[in-house]
Design a protein around this ligand. Structure first.
Ligand SMILES: Nc1ncnc2c1ncn2[C@@H]1O[C@H](COP(=O)(O)OP(=O)(O)OP(=O)(O)O)[C@@H](O)[C@H]1O
Length: 610
């Protein structure tokens, strides 16, 4: 129960939790940035030099105007221009280093975070993926990490540079003219308040705009992923309507944002240039009165622009920083999420080759998302090493659940599932699953070559071994006739193969894996007799010498079994051989009649068997 509720918490957190904007979360990024101390040090130096040179330029400007021009000495002008050029080169070099190093750190850190998040997610149990939408995870991996890249690789250094420039510029303003600085201090609130107001409005509209675009993405992803169903139901027109209404929503939000953004630009221009004019007016009077020099006024205006510019730049990136703080929090939450299905502290070890006996002892279980509905009740079954057991039962009886529990996708609530007498929860799931092979009803074909698809069963297997496995799976014939033979690209989800070919490819993969325990979820869809024969031949080779549990939908398969378990509502209701069960009548007999078309007359089924 406590285990369950703990998972619940993490699951709901993963989906809809509100995002915090607290900048302190950014500090958590330090663990990812820390390995690159040298680059950070270099970037800091470059940043300080760049900020220093910009501030120095103002002093240079003053010297140029006051000494270069007023003295009438052209040598001084030459000197001043040379110094100015030198400072500019230094600024360029520092900016180059800063940009390069900071962007490099940003990209590097994001690459590390993406890898860390993916490595973590791939370990999570299926329960996690049931409640977390895949779009959600993808957006963490792409959108959230991109936000962080912007922050680590630019916004953060922009913020830092502008803080330096702000305080440096302010100090130099005071030194140049305390009186004018006082005037600027009075004006600043009038300039800043409207800018901040519009800035905030634009930011919240940007967020809305991003959300609307995400809606567009999610809808397109779902529709394209289910394109065959969409077309089969002639749903194109309706989906086009749904999609365009989402696109229009996104456009509407973007249009409002653009309006405010344009207004913000106009407001900034009026306020900033208005203030500069006011400074020039006041300062110009001081120059006329002789209280300050023309150079001082020029450098004062220069610093005022630097200070205002740094405030503006800072207010622009603060939004990035806040959004990145949210992204950091979400990513680290994801990284902190623990999977229930982990290896115990001291896992027991299985030998490299196991016997392959399987036992379910009084197992009760319900899926985490259906706490009140038992999927398995007091389920007990002992399967000897090498035994072939077929599981039959009506839809929803719990047949697939037997596989899921043996693979330890979920932990049972009561009882034990064991392999060779060792409970699976005492084993390392990754190691334990190496002894299990699975051929599922809908074999998964990855979008790569046929060769690589079979090699999935045993990474590193040689081509000879793969061809050998394909031959045993009756797949060699069709594979070698593909346009590029085994190197043929199979298309996304294997759409270029027929159902029977996909099954044989999955069987070849399982043969290559050579597991001691085999789980076979037989496809329900009927194959033509030629294909059926090839698949049955492949299965015979696959089953040979392995403990096998098969969810059977065909007569040929149940006849291969040493024993049949009949399941109903999470329990075993009968067991025995086909003939025994037919004689008993009951659920199996009616299932056999319905599914396999077996008449209750035993002679017929013996004929089919032969
Ligand atoms: N991931 C899940 N979350 C919640 N309930 C589930 C889940 N998977 C299966 N169930 C429920 O558990 C019960 C047993 O399902 P299971 O898939 O094992 O049946 P099955 O015998 O394999 O059915 P079928 O022959 O239709 O595949 C069903 O009531 C089903 O609705």
């Amino acid at each position: 129960m406590s285990r369950n509720s703990a998972r619940k918490k993490s699951e709901t957190q993963s989906a809809d939790r509100p995002t915090s904007k607290e900048l302190k979360h950014l500090l958590l990024l330090w663990q990812f940035v820390r390995p690159y101390k040298l680059q950070i040090f270099g970037a800091m130096i470059a940043l300080i030099v760049a900020a220093g040179t910009v501030l120095g330029l103002g002093r240079g400007l003053k010297a140029l105007i006051d000494q270069g021009f007023s003295s009438g000495d052209s040598a001084l002008l030459d000197q001043a221009v040379i110094v100015l050029f030198g400072v500019t080169v230094l600024l360029a070099l520092a900016s180059y280093s800063r940009y390069y190093l900071v962007s490099w750190i940003g990209e590097r850190v994001v690459a590390d975070i993406r890898t860390a998040v993916f490595s973590h997610i791939i370990k999570m149990s299926p329960a996690f993926f049931e409640v977390t939408r895949s779009g959600e995870i993808l957006s963490r991996l792409t959108t959230d990490t991109t936000l962080l890249q912007v922050v680590v690789g630019s916004s953060f250094s922009i913020a830092l540079r502008n803080i330096l420039m702000f305080f440096g510029g302010l100090t130099l303003l005071v030194i140049t003219s305390p009186k004018l600085t006082g005037f600027v201090a009075l004006v600043i609130p009038f300039v800043l308040i409207p800018i901040l107001f519009f800035g905030r409005k634009v930011r919240s509209l940007s967020k809305d705009s991003q959300d609307r675009i995400a809606d567009v993405g999610v809808f397109a992803d779902e529709t394209i992923g289910a394109i065959r169903t969409v077309q089969a139901f002639s749903h194109e027109e309706i989906d086009r309507g749904f999609f365009s209404s989402r696109v229009e929503d996104a456009f509407g939000t973007a249009a409002t944002r653009i309006r405010f953004r344009a207004l913000l630009t106009a407001v900034v221009i009026v306020l900033v240039f208005g203030s500069i004019s006011a400074i020039l007016w006041m300062g110009g009077r001081d120059v006329l009165e002789g209280t300050i020099s023309a150079g001082e006024l020029s450098s004062f205006v220069f610093y005022a622009i630097v200070v205002a510019g740094s405030l503006g730049a800072f207010s622009e990136v603060i939004g990035d920083l806040q959004r990145a703080a949210g992204a950091t929090e979400r990513l680290l939450d994801l990284l902190a999420m623990e999977t229930d299905i982990a290896a115990p502290e001291n896992p027991k070890n299985l030998p490299p080759k196991i016997m392959g006996s399987v036992s379910f002892k009084e197992v009760s279980f319900n899926y985490p998302s259906r706490p009140n509905q038992a999927a398995m009740i007091n389920f007990t079954a002992d399967i000897k090493a090498g035994e072939k057991v077929a599981i039959v039962g009506p839809s929803g009886a719990g047949k697939t659940t037997v596989f899921q529990l043996l693979l330890r996708y979920y932990d049972v609530h009561k009882g034990d599932v064991s392999i060779d007498g060792i409970p699976v929860r005492d084993l390392d799931p990754v190691e334990m699953r190496q002894h299990i092979g699975m051929v599922s009803q809908e074999p998964v074909i990855f979008s790569t070559t046929a060769l690589e698809n079979i090699r999935y069963g045993r990474p590193g297997a040689s081509k000879e071994d793969i061809v050998e496995a394909a031959k045993a799976a009756s797949a060699h014939e069709f594979l070698k006739d593909l346009p590029d033979g085994y190197e043929t690209f199979l298309g996304e989800k294997g759409v270029r193969l027929s159902g029977g070919q996909r099954q044989r490819l999955a069987i070849a993969r399982a043969i290559l894996r050579d597991p001691e325990i085999l789980l076979l979820d037989e496809a329900t869809s009927a194959l033509d007799s030629q294909s059926e024969k090839a698949v049955q031949q492949a299965l015979d080779n696959l089953l040979e010498g392995r403990t096998t549990l098969m969810i059977a939908h065909r007569l040929a398969t149940v006849l291969k079994a040493d024993r049949i378990l009949v399941m109903d509502q999470g329990k075993i209701v009968a067991s025995g051989t086909h003939n025994e069960l037919i004689k008993q009548g009951g659920l199996y007999a009616s299932l056999a009649e319905l599914q396999f078309g077996v008449d209750m007359n035993p002679t017929i089924e013996t004929q089919v068997a032969s």
